[in-house]
Design a protein around this ligand. Structure first.
Ligand SMILES: Nc1ncnc2c1ncn2[C@@H]1O[C@@H]2COP(=O)(O)O[C@H]2[C@H]1O
Length: 369
């Protein structure tokens, strides 16, 4: 085998060994699931069964290869048990073994290949939003379970009531509590198939109450999840900003309580190189601290570069409100932004910071004269 081919294969195996989804894995999941769907469409499968089978087998071989490479990699790193018990390890094992196991057990091939739908699970461990959802579900499990209990209570009370009110008029649909339960679930979830409908006046009144309760229950669930997501995002942002704030020497002298206070006021901003941040003559409504990166202040006759830990944009907030120079990034930069309202609060709460900013603004104004 030629050297470039060997090194390309080695690189491919190394990328596959990591626990993250590679581009090839995403393609394999998409192609594999699409081929499985085609397998269920009779005319399409009859005309192109060789292609569909070839695609399915190729994807399966790829997933088995991926699993074996990861098992070897984790064994070498002494993390085999950890990998096998993780969600990614379980999903990889299921992806590699489910279809072959079904084929070996003698299940009809077109039915056995339906198990390839499990390949979609491979994308789950890599989705950051899902990790956040799991955290929200765990943190909000108390209120969510309470709403579930209310849901079950209403379902049971309503189905017993409907059974009692409708059983004589509609024995075939409301002839038992389990039969009435189907109606209650379809109504409370606001699905309303309309296959089972109460006809007695009292039965309809109960149904109306169930419909209204359904709206309430789903409103509560949505509210709990939305609040949980918002709180989670705030927490993530706070931690990110905290990390950046504590790296800025200007804030490092403050105690932890004051850093937390400052963190609440700042928001992070990631910028690529050569991005204009401040335009000369514009109204100033915030100032910036450089957590990482570099900016260039474009002054008449010279350019001043400011790096990690420096701040800028303070002069407009302390002076006549108008920006005195253009400022743009020279490299990828992470900035902490302090809005005017918070700037005033910060100045009032931390006079030592106010003094430093004020002194630097005065020094710069003198330098620019
Ligand atoms: N001589 C200088 N050295 C460093 N930064 C400066 C200098 N002059 C102006 N700046 C910064 O450039 C910013 C442009 O917007 P502002 O006038 O709000 O605030 C200004 C200062 O923060």
């Amino acid at each position: 085998m030629s050297k470039p081919l060997i090194s390309a294969l080695a690189q491919f195996a190394a990328a596959t060994a990591g626990r993250n989804m590679t581009r090839a894995a995403y393609v394999a999941v998409a192609v594999g699931v699409l081929a499985m769907v085609l397998l269920t469409v009779n005319p399409a499968y009859e005309t192109a069964h060789r292609w569909v089978d070839a695609l399915l087998w190729t994807c399966l071989v790829y997933f088995v290869y991926e699993w074996v490479v990861r098992l070897r990699h984790m064994t070498r790193q002494g993390r085999l048990a950890l990998y096998m018990s993780s969600s990614a390890g379980l999903v990889d094992a299921v992806g590699a073994l489910a279809v072959p196991a079904a084929l070996i057990l003698g299940i009809e091939p077109r039915t056995a290949w339906l198990l390839s739908v499990l390949w979609v699970l491979k994308v789950v461990p890599g989705i950051p939003g899902l990790r956040q959802l799991r955290r929200v579900l765990v943190l909000e499990s108390g209120p969510l379970v309470s709403v579930l209990v209310i849901f079950l209570m209403v379902v049971f009370l309503a189905s017993v009531a409907e059974y009692f009110l409708e059983r004589d008029v509609q024995p075939q649909t409301f002839g038992s509590v389990p039969a009435a339960l189907w109606w209650a679930v379809a109504t409370l979830t606001t699905t309303g198939y309309g296959d089972v409908v109460p006809v007695t006046p009292l039965g309809r009144m109960v149904a109306a109450l169930v419909m209204i309760s359904g709206l309430g229950v789903f409103g509560l669930w949505t509210g709990i999840l939305a609040t949980g997501f918002a709180a989670e995002t705030r927490r993530d942002n706070f931690l990110k900003t905290w990390e950046s704030v504590s790296k800025v020497p200007f804030f490092a002298a403050l105690g932890p309580a004051a850093i937390a206070d400052v963190t609440h006021m700042l928001r992070t901003m990631e910028l690529p190189a050569r991005t204009m941040i401040i335009r000369k003559g514009a109204q100033g409504d915030c100032m910036y601290f450089i957590a990482a990166g570099e900016v260039e202040v474009d002054l008449p006759g010279k350019k001043v570069r400011l790096g990690d830990g420096a701040f800028f944009g303070e002069m407009a907030l302390l002076g006549n409100n108008l920006r005195g120079a253009n400022v743009s990034t020279t490299k990828v930069s992470r900035l902490l932004v302090l809005d005017l309202v918070d700037f005033r609060v910060l100045m009032a709460r931390h006079p030592d910071l106010a003094e430093t900013i004020d002194a630097e603004a005065k020094r710069r104004a003198l330098e620019n004269k």
